[in-house]
Design a protein around this ligand. Structure first.
Ligand SMILES: Cc1cc2nc3c(=O)[nH]c(=O)nc-3n(C[C@H](O)[C@H](O)[C@H](O)COP(=O)(O)OP(=O)(O)OC[C@H]3O[C@@H](n4cnc5c(N)ncnc54)[C@H](O)[C@@H]3O)c2cc1C
Length: 363
């Protein structure tokens, strides 16, 4: 019979080592098994999983080096600082990255000691149910556990017929070990990026980051949905908002394309992502506007009502923009009903349009 633990965690990545430490803090007898040596010089299993060994930490270490190089080359000029003949020494860069990884992964060993977690180096597997609960084998040694936490993570998915040799075709492990800067590089599984400009440079920004930036910008101008609706209805305020976004190289139309929200107006893009409102497609918003305001239309001069219903149809076709272009008054349905003159029979056109838009964006 092997040593008995209250909990054995299989996998020493961020999920596994945190679970093991917490179990230790709660007073349970706990062990954590990890079988991958990653780049350990002695070939001994290393804690930290993908994140610390071949993921988050090494990639950020390299990104910081790249960023420094970029600043030296292109960024510091605007501060009046220039450096001639800046070079990049990949071996030093990789050495720094490896040192950081070693520091971090051995830090977990220290945390294990502090929290009385037994490190079981080796591949763990279930042998049988029974004994204290589960019989396991870790690196050939028998272990028993009352509870087992499986935190074995994941590996990069290999494409059929495309063998990863980490020379020509690399996965996340090889990508962190390039000995020279590749002149060209094809990336499969790039995620979704939106082209933009930052600091005078063309860059690709992850959709999530781009959306976050844009929404934060909108939230600074309107703290809640009601304020945002008011802003959107006032065409001057709305234009100012769009100009501000464009000034920051943020395009709502582009984001809408990437979010596959082309059937929606930008109002719904912002209302949904910024204020958690239910997004309505343009045709849906039109229907809600027409059916939800039947009593209002019936109470109006019939020609004015036709014009106002026409706004719904135009919104369906071209969104908010279509309501703010002079060609709106040339639309046959609206023109035939008297256009602006028809609206004047029930109030000032500005006030009537504002009322109609308030109703259109009420849902
Ligand atoms: C290049 C890259 C960059 C990343 N950057 C970020 C980031 O910036 N932010 C972020 O949040 N996430 C990032 N991630 C994702 C992050 O690394 C993972 O989400 C995280 O590592 C998952 O943790 P985990 O513990 O579930 O699994 P893993 O980290 O995969 O750990 C599982 C461990 O279990 C071990 N194991 C498996 N089977 C057994 C067994 N039978 N016996 C013993 N041990 C076993 C494995 O060897 C492994 O060490 C990045 C990933 C990559 C590849």
């Amino acid at each position: 019979m092997g040593k008995v633990f209250d909990v054995v965690v299989i996998g020493g990545g961020p999920a596994g080592y945190v679970a093991a430490i917490r179990a230790g803090q709660l007073g349970l007898s706990v062990a954590c098994a990890e079988g991958n040596p990653y780049a350990d010089p002695k070939g001994e299993p290393r804690l930290g999983g993908t994140c610390l060994n071949v993921g988050c930490i090494p990639s950020k270490a390299l990104l910081q080096s790249s960023e420094n190089y970029h600043l030296l080359h292109d960024g510091f000029g605007q501060h009046g600082i220039s450096v001639k003949d800046a070079t990049i020494d990949i071996a030093t860069m990789l050495g720094r990255k490896d040192k950081i990884v070693t520091q971090f992964t051995s830090g977990i060993k220290g945390l294990f000691k502090k929290n009385k977690v037994t490190f079981l180096p080796g591949h763990g597997k279930f042998v049988a149910a029974g004994g204290a609960g589960w019989q396991l084998e870790v690196g050939g040694e028998a272990v028993e556990a009352r509870h087992v936490i499986v935190a074995t993570g994941s590996n990069a998915r290999k494409l059929p017929g495309v063998p990863v040799d980490n020379e020509v075709i690399v996965d996340n492990v090889g990508a962190l070990e390039f000995k020279t800067v590749p002149k060209t590089l094809g990336i499969i599984g790039l995620g979704r990026f939106i082209p933009s400009r930052r600091d005078g440079r063309d860059v690709m920004i992850p959709v999530e980051e781009y959306r976050h930036e844009m929404i934060q910008r909108v939230l600074r101008e309107a703290g809640n949905l009601d304020e945002f609706r008011q802003l959107w209805i006032e065409s001057q305020d709305r234009r100012k908002l769009i100009e501000h976004l464009q000034g920051d190289n943020l395009s709502p139309d582009l984001l809408r394309d990437f979010e596959r929200m082309t059937d929606y107006d930008n109002y719904d893009l912002f209302a949904h992502h910024g204020y958690h409102a239910r997004a309505l497609k343009r045709p849906e918003r039109k229907v809600v506007y027409l059916t939800g305001n039947e009593a209002w239309f019936a109470s109006l001069d019939p020609k004015a009502a036709t014009v106002l219903k026409g706004l719904g149809h135009q919104f369906e076709v071209g969104g908010t923009e279509a309501l703010e272009t002079p060609t709106l008054w040339e639309v046959p349905e609206i023109k035939a009903a008297g256009g602006l003159d028809a609206l004047r029979t029930i109030g000032t056109p500005v006030a009537v349009m504002k009322d109609a838009k308030t109703r259109l964006f009420a849902a």
